[in-house]
Design a protein around this ligand. Structure first.
Ligand code: AMP
Length: 527
């Protein structure tokens, strides 16, 4: 019998993994080859030992090797590239419009966060860091570029804008970092990244970080990285053991989900602060308004907000002025908000990986965290995908029945509406189906979505007021409007029995029979 070599056995793999843990556990920042200025800043930041991604990536980045890092936010990956970059930048000086290093981030928040890291870790350096992000004026950014930047942190679109305006040359870039590459893929930035890569000198060092490694990112890495060191710190599917996860069943109407959410928040134990995720930015705005109306201290974060409002909201949340943040995935991706006690999924994410990212906002750095998701009847496929990815079952809290009185009532009212139409015997079948659909859609809509359907001219003025209310004004209840017809608003608070006191508009509309020659036209209502 041919015995497998020890190095090929499972036992060896276990041994290797254990020794890696042991090795990195024992490692100190001073073992990694960082400069004394950087080590002093690390000490001032209060870090005692490097995290696994830092222990593995820093020596490679320092030796100017290409690196492919598979790591999530929360693992300390930002310092794993900023610390060695700072050490390397101690030699040399920047030239006007020719940055020496370039970091690409998918969102403005992440870019701003990396800039803050340079401030913290680079406190003993005199380096120029330029932040090129959308939503702020070009003028200041151009001034910084003209002075010469050691570090350029940018989102791909704004970077290319500057390049096309001739304000920037990329052939002086020595180190190129692409952070959150899989999110760049989700956001459609891959063609921009390919273009940027081609504008950089071929001799540069390239470092890619991604939480997951889909085929598109792998092929981008194959194309632009030379013989990279591959580092993987935690499988992307793993969730921290310190997070208590749960699912809560709800009826499918937005107002029912909002009521369930309010219950969860009000009954949560030890809730210090929470992030609530919605799948659509439109729902972020609606939920934000609803929570404030119900007296919660909430802020909103989504992609349509201008940069100043986003930063202001984030700062208020970090400082504890706001204790609830309603957010979309893109806006919240990678945000470094230490110690969030609770994460709520108002909607279950359609991509299972997003679940891992979302709940990763809590239970960080060994702290306890709670992540609760609201599920409707049609969400079971998403739950299956999530459980498969994280390789564990998520427990259900409370009654696992999705049916709500309202669902049954909706069915009821639909059939009643149907029979009424039959009795009246007017309109063809197609019209009836279309009307029923329209009616159901309108019933499901929030007041804001109804607003959305109005022609532009009519909603412009109110939009402006809404936006101000939404992102700038302090929480205050809005005076009730449309007293006579409060369909959407009432739904937030109480269940409507049957059709309630509401008579759908189509039933009140006058009916005009077709004109016949020689006969007097009579309307149905006049009969
Ligand atoms: P990141 O994954 O880069 O978003 O970092 C997550 C958090 O970990 C940030 O709040 C960092 O300040 C913190 N951090 C990074 N490195 C260390 C370290 N070696 N020890 C303790 N905290 C760290």
């Amino acid at each position: 019998m041919v015995r497998p070599h020890f190095r090929q056995t499972e036992r060896f793999n276990k041994y290797k993994a254990l020794s890696n843990i042991w090795f990195h556990h024992r490692m100190k920042f001073s073992d990694l080859g960082l400069s004394s200025k950087v080590l002093a800043a690390v000490e001032a930041a209060g870090y005692e030992t490097p995290t696994p991604i830092q222990a593995q990536a820093i020596p490679h980045v320092l030796s100017k090797k290409d690196v492919l890092g598979v790591a999530q936010t929360g693992t300390g990956k930002t310092a794993s590239f900023t610390l060695p970059m700072l050490s390397l930048l101690e030699r040399g000086r920047p030239r006007a419009r020719m940055p020496r290093t370039l970091i690409l981030e998918p969102t403005r928040e992440l870019a701003a966060q990396v800039e803050q890291s340079f401030e913290v870790y680079g406190q003993n350096h005199r380096l120029t860091v330029a932040l090129l992000i959308g939503g702020v004026s070009f003028a200041d950014q151009i001034k910084k570029l003209d002075r010469g930047a050691d570090v350029l942190i940018a989102t791909p679109g704004r970077l290319l804008d500057h390049f096309e305006r001739g304000k920037l040359l990329l052939n002086g870039v020595d180190t190129f970092i692409v952070d959150e590459a899989d999110r760049m893929l989700d956001m459609g930035f891959i063609p921009d990244i390919e273009r940027i890569c081609k504008l950089l000198p071929p001799s540069r060092q390239t470092v890619f970080f991604s939480a997951t490694m889909p085929a598109e990112i792998q092929s981008l890495a194959d194309q632009f990285l030379r013989n990279p060191e591959r580092i993987e710190v935690a499988p992307p599917s793993s969730t921290a053991k310190t997070i208590t996860q749960g699912i809560v069943a709800s009826g499918s109407k937005p107002w029912e989900k909002r009521a369930v959410l309010r219950d969860l928040i009000s009954n949560a134990q030890d809730l210090q602060n929470a992030i609530i995720f919605c799948n659509r930015k439109r729902d972020v705005a609606t939920l934000f308004r609803s929570l404030n109306k119900h007296g919660f201290n909430a802020g909103a974060l989504h992609g349509d907000m201008d940069q100043t409002s986003r930063m202001a909201t984030l700062d208020s949340f970090k400082s504890g002025e706001l204790n609830i943040l309603v957010a979309s995935d893109v806006a919240a991706r990678g945000l470094d908000i230490p110690s969030v006690s609770h994460v709520f999924n108002f909607d279950l994410p359609t991509h299972a990986e997003d679940y891992v990212h979302r709940i990763g906002r809590t239970g960080r750095a060994g702290r306890e965290g709670v992540a609760l998701s609201i599920a409707t009847r049609s969400d079971s496929k998403y739950i299956d995908a999530i459980e498969k990815l994280i390789n564990e079952k998520i427990s259900w809290h409370g009654d696992r029945s999705f049916s709500s009185q309202s669902d049954d009532e909706e069915e009821d009212s639909k059939s009643r509406r149907g029979s009424r139409n039959v009795k009246r015997g007017r309109g063809n079948k197609k019209d009836k189906i279309a009307k029923d659909r329209r009616n159901k859609k309108e019933n499901d809509e929030t007041p804001d979505q109804k607003e959305e359907r109005k022609p532009r001219g009519r909603r412009d003025r109110q939009d402006r007021t809404n936006d101000q209310y939404q992102f700038e004004a302090p929480a205050r209840p809005r005076p009730p409007q449309h007293r006579g017809n409060r369909r959407g608003r009432d739904r937030d608070d109480k269940q409507v029995i049957g059709m309630g006191d509401h008579v759908p508009a189509f039933m009140l509309a006058p009916i005009r029979p077709p004109k016949r020659k020689g006969k007097k036209v009579q309307s149905e209502t006049a009969e």
